[in-house]
Ligand binder design. Structure first.
Ligand code: PGA
Length: 282
């Protein structure tokens, strides 16, 4: 680790909402008019809303010109074909998405996405110009057995295998311990911060391997492998609320949050987006 602190010039905070399977046509418009009044100050942070596929276009229209991006919650590894019910990267992009989640634990655990599927989906995201937020995180039994680092490391390594530095430079990673998702139980800022530091080490190793293997060149103008790994934003997710976001964001290794339940209410997501600032007068 070099120094350990966040380098603000390299890693702008990224604040993300994951609406999961909520809202119907017409509802994003009302949500966004509440969220955007008054207009959020995004001069020192980035934001993205991961919307359900049928609401991507409506959400993108509502966010046009605001600086807040739209992302898909999952995309298929193929770009087109006979995959009933699936949504491809090009489809999501044509609806206005510029980000996508890859490997969310609900996809892994409820829909059987294994390491191989996650790796293919990550590659598809890059191929289609979407900025992926790769989700990793251990289950409670894995943490109880003391395997949390090994679990997260294997999720990371299997997903990142074969990627070059240009891809790593566009990656974001979200650490979402499964035991903290939707449970009201949050990793303490210290637990999350320690895992983020461990994830950063794996990323440095991966970026170093890529540079050392000679399979990919340096990112133009972005310097060394260490710089690339150091520039990847690491988000925390799992019961993030307006009440705990400030403490989480104070951790030098936490560069952002991915909020599920608390993002469903625009006032609550707005407070998360405004982390570190005094609440604005009503
Ligand atoms: P939660 O969900 O904030 O409701 O815990 C987070 C997530 O699954 O991304």
């Amino acid at each position: 680790m070099s120094g350990g602190g966040r380098e603000p010039a390299e890693r702008r905070p990224l604040i993300a909402a994951n609406w999961k399977m909520h809202f119907r046509a017409g509802e994003p418009a009302a949500y966004l008019s509440a969220l955007l009044r008054p207009a959020p100050d995004l001069s020192d942070r980035d934001a993205v809303i991961f919307a359900p596929a049928p609401l991507l276009a409506e959400t993108a229209r509502g966010l046009a010109g605001t600086g807040i991006a739209v992302g898909a919650q999952t995309t298929h590894w193929e770009d087109r074909g006979a995959f009933t019910g699936e949504v491809s990267g090009p489809m999501a992009a044509s609806a206005g998405a510029t980000f996508c989640l890859v490997g969310h634990s609900e996809r892994r655990l409820l829909f059987g996405e294994d390491h191989a599927a996650v790796a293919r989906k990550l590659a598809a995201a890059f191929r289609n110009g979407l900025r992926p937020v790769l989700c990793v995180g251990e289950r409670l039994e894995e943490r109880r057995a003391g395997h949390e680092l090994a679990t997260v490391e294997s999720q990371l390594r299997s997903a990142l295998e074969g990627l070059g530095q240009p891809e790593l430079a566009r990656l974001a990673v979200a650490y979402e311990p499964v035991w903290a998702i939707g449970t009201g139980e949050t990793a303490t800022p210290e637990v999350a911060g320690a895992m983020h530091a461990a994830i950063r080490e794996v990323l440095r190793g991966t970026a170093g391997d890529v540079a050392g293997s000679g399979t990919a060149g340096d990112v133009a103008g972005s310097g060394t492998a260490g710089d690339v790994a150091g520039s990847i934003p690491l988000l925390y997710g799992g019961s993030v609320t307006p009440g705990n976001v400030d403490a989480l964001m104070k951790q030098p290794e936490i560069d952002g949050v991915l909020a599920g339940g608390a993002s469903l209410d625009p006032a609550s997501f707005r407070r998360i987006l405004d982390f570190g600032r005094a609440p604005s007068p009503a």
